[in-house]
Ligand binder design. Structure first.
Ligand SMILES: *Cc1c(COP(=O)(O)O)cnc(C)c1O
Length: 381
């Protein structure tokens, strides 16, 4: 579908046409493993490059529709859907670092990604430097002639650091190194990293793309050659997305821009409520003018900053408990990007990550106001 249409229109229509065999409106769930050919000649034509679905580890019409929709929304030539966000991340990095190479990765990454980079990649011969990607000088200093990729999150999980993608993309381009960006926290409704200098974009589709907490999945978007090569590796690793998950994602993505508007508005309202409360040390939300990277965030995402915020109570773990136990609407759960507000204490700290849902803002404000009042204030001396 042409990208002349607006993002909302494309969220609904891109990658979708009525089913050619039945006219069914809405992409059908093709829950099958293999595909029949009409004749020996058909098989020969397919062997010579004619399009035909063959085996569902490699391709499936439902998954294909999702991939076309996501490529359209991210502004990519191609996309491939994977069994999880980690399948997308591991396949991409294994491809880029094949045979051993050097990776410059952000020091502020989703924990499982960081573990993969630090524990697993070196076992395949790669060398790693973790750097503060908000410092271009630090990135420049880490690049060597063997560097094969720069890897970062746009807004980081959970610290909500904001990376200046345009400046980092410029560094990557100058050194002819691909810039890989995990865009999970924002989704293409708020940020399209390929338009800002990234080479490859990755998502945990489990989060905002699904939006309903009923799928584990991932996606990789980029140029046709790179995605084709990663698709081959992913098939051999055995990590494609299941048709059912793709089908749920196709439904979820239709409301992505509406949901991201509401997530952003609710999160900004909660951040304003929490900021400056006497029981709170700080709240990290890139939409607050007090966020150290607010101006860069605004340049990247305009006036919608997403639904994630990080609260620092700066007091004892028992205060964290008082706060969490006094909340009634949010679910105490990991993951994020759900319609419901999810909240989780960051282990070993007084930090609390909030994935603000799309409930009525007034109800969230009431609930958080009550819970903030339940935190014992530090005794004044
Ligand atoms: C959840 C998450 C992942 C991993 O995705 P899964 O779908 O759980 O495998 C990667 N990056 C970020 C930023 C995430 O939040």
């Amino acid at each position: 579908m042409t990208r002349d249409y607006g993002f909302g229109t494309r969220s609904i229509h891109a990658g979708e046409t009525p089913d050619p065999s039945t006219g069914a409106h809405g992409v059908p769930l093709y829950q099958n493993a293999t595909y029949g050919f009409d004749s020996f000649e058909d098989i020969e034509a397919w062997n010579n490059g004619a399009h035909h679905f063959c085996y569902a580890r490699t391709s499936n019409p439902t998954v294909r529709s999702l991939e076309m929709k996501l490529a359209n929304l991210e502004g990519a030539e191609a996309a491939i859907a994977t069994a999880s966000g980690m399948a997308a991340i591991s396949a991409t990095l294994l491809h880029l670092l094949a045979g051993g190479g050097h990776l410059v990765a952000s020091a502020d990454l989703y924990e499982e990604t960081r573990d993969f980079v630090l524990q697993d990649l070196p076992r395949f011969g790669a060398t790693i430097d973790l750097v503060d990607c908000t410092s271009l000088a630090a990135v420049e200093a880490a690049i060597t002639p063997h560097t094969r990729a720069i890897y970062t999150e746009a807004f980081s999980n959970p610290m909500l650091q904001v990376v200046d993608l345009e400046a980092l993309g410029e560094v990557a381009r100058r050194h002819r190194i691909p810039l890989v960006v995990d865009n999970t926290f924002l989704s293409p409704a708020l940020l399209r990293p390929l338009e800002r200098g990234a080479t490859i974009v990755i998502h945990s589709a489990t989060k905002y793309l699904s939006g309903h907490g009923n799928v584990v999945g991932g996606v990789i978007c980029g140029d046709r050659d790179t995605i084709g090569a990663i698709a081959g590796l992913l098939s051999r690793l055995g990590g494609p997305m299941s048709p059912f998950n793709a089908w749920l994602l196709l439904a979820g993505i239709k409301t992505l821009p509406l949901r991201m508007d509401r997530h952003s508005a609710n999160a900004l309202a909660l951040a304003n409520l929490i900021e400056g409360h006497p029981a709170v040390e700080s709240v990290a939300y890139p939409g607050l003018p007090a966020h150290p990277r607010h101006a860069i965030a605004r340049r990247l995402v305009g006036d919608r900053f997403g639904g994630m915020l990080l609260i620092s109570l700066g007091v004892s773990p028992s205060a964290v408990g008082c706060f969490l136990n006094a909340l009634s609407l949010p679910t105490l759960a990991v993951s994020l990007g759900d319609t419901a507000t999810l909240i989780w204490p960051v282990a070993g700290s007084s930090l609390i990550r909030v994935s603000v849902g799309i409930e009525d803002c007034a109800d969230l404000i009431t609930d958080f106001t009550t819970a903030l009042a339940a935190i014992p204030l530090p005794i004044a001396r």
